[in-house]
Design a protein around this ligand. Structure first.
Ligand code: CP3
Length: 349
């Protein structure tokens, strides 16, 4: 397969450790409900999962933000919960409520999960990637992704999103060996999934650990760092040249251990991490990505301009990819996204 030479992509250059002026930019959840053209496509299918499983439509919504904005990377339109679905767990997205899964919380639930038909469940995502790759300009990389084993496990155990991931944390404390089996299954399945995305044309990967922040340090090492390290090792064994971004959201100062120990190439930073701390403790280790508050992009105005300028001043003189600290919000005004792109691309108001 044709690879993009990294010299032609500011995003890949940043991931390789180079400093770019202006820095490259993409936005987590850049395809989604804040775009009228997304809502239009979304209204044609009855469920969000059907959208993810229909390559023609998923490819279309992947490309939508790239047509509007001068973004430096695309991210394949799918969801981290495709992995539990591929393992045979019942997954639904209930309108206005978010994901609902049939919870797995004991050995019997574990025994029902199987990698057997995972490849079949992943096939539409691979086809989406092939379709997007055929349409994207050669110099714009497509990011493949998965959820980190810990974060995906929390959804599987809780049966959906939760405030503090208490069920998953309790299961991990009470029955460490069983929880470890779930994590191991997720490591192996996610490695296959990421490698399948690379084979289909993904030129970079991101691992979303959205709930990394709910664990104390020993458990963070056991359930976030160690499985991510194994996942990255398995991917690197077969795709050594594909850069991997890790995003341990909410991990605070523990992000430094995560950066040193997981084998990732770059680290995503969330809104709570101070930019000077990111510069001094993370950017000296590897390229960093982040970390504008998605709500500030909703609010806009002079506060947005000032914060973008501070982020650029703190992080722009090292390897850096501009992004949000979490996904874009559905109520984000399009003109604020345009303003952000203008600020980052020109470095001025
Ligand atoms: O543009 C992109 O970034 C690619 C698409 C993408 C989606 N989800 C589409 C989506 C990506 C990268 C994700 C990752 C994801 N999914 C995460 C990790 C990042 C994060 O936000 O912490 C998580 C935790 C999920 C699980 C998930 N999917 C939840 C909790 C929800 C419900 C909340 C919501 O925003 O509705 C989803 C649904 C979802 N995933 C939507 C989109 C566009 C909205 C559903 C719709 O359009 O009907």
């Amino acid at each position: 397969m044709l690879r993009i030479p990294s010299s032609e992509s500011p995003f890949l250059k940043a991931l390789a450790g180079q400093t770019n002026a202006p820095p490259p930019i993409w936005l987590m959840r850049q395809a989604g409900r804040y775009l009228p053209e997304y809502r239009e496509v979304r209204s044609k299918v009855s469920s969000f999962l059907d959208l993810c499983r229909t390559p023609e439509l998923a490819a279309e919504v992947t490309l939508q933000p790239l047509r509007r904005f001068d973004l430096d990377a695309a991210i394949v339109f799918s969801d981290i919960l495709i992995v539990p679905y591929a393992l045979g767990q019942k997954v639904e997205f209930v309108e206005g409520e978010g994901p609902k899964l049939e919870p797995v919380s004991d050995a019997r639930g574990l025994a029902r999960l199987s990698k057997g038909s995972a490849a079949k469940a992943f096939a539409p995502v691979y086809e989406t990637i092939e379709r997007v790759r055929a349409e994207l300009p050669r110099t714009v990389p497509l990011i493949g992704f998965c959820g980190a084993p810990w974060t995906v496990a929390t959804y599987m155990v809780e049966g959906g999103g939760s405030k503090d991931q208490a069920e998953a944390r309790l299961w991990a404390y009470r029955e460490q060996a069983n929880f470890q089996r779930l994590i191991d299954l997720l490591v192996d399945t996610s490695a296959d999934y990421l490698l399948g995305q690379v084979a289909a044309g993904a030129g970079a990967l991101q691992i979303f650990d959205s709930w990394a922040g709910s664990l104390p340090e020993d458990e963070f090492a056991r359930w976030c760092i160690a499985p991510t390290r194994r996942l990255v090792e398995q991917v690197k064994a077969k795709a050594p040249d594909i850069p991997v971004i890790g995003f341990p959201r909410g991990s605070g100062v523990l992000a430094e251990h995560y950066a040193r120990e997981t084998g990732i190439d770059a680290i995503g930073c969330d809104t709570s991490q101070p930019i000077e701390w990111i510069r001094d403790r993370l950017q000296n280790l590897m390229p960093v990505q982040g970390n504008l508050d998605p709500l500030l992009l909703v609010a806009g105005g002079p506060h947005l301009d000032r914060r973008v300028a501070s982020i650029l001043a703190a992080l722009g003189s090292g390897p850096f990819i501009f992004n949000l600290g979490h996904g874009i919000q559905p109520g984000t005004p399009i003109e604020n996204v345009e303003r952000l792109l203008h600020l980052v691309k020109t470095g001025s108001a």
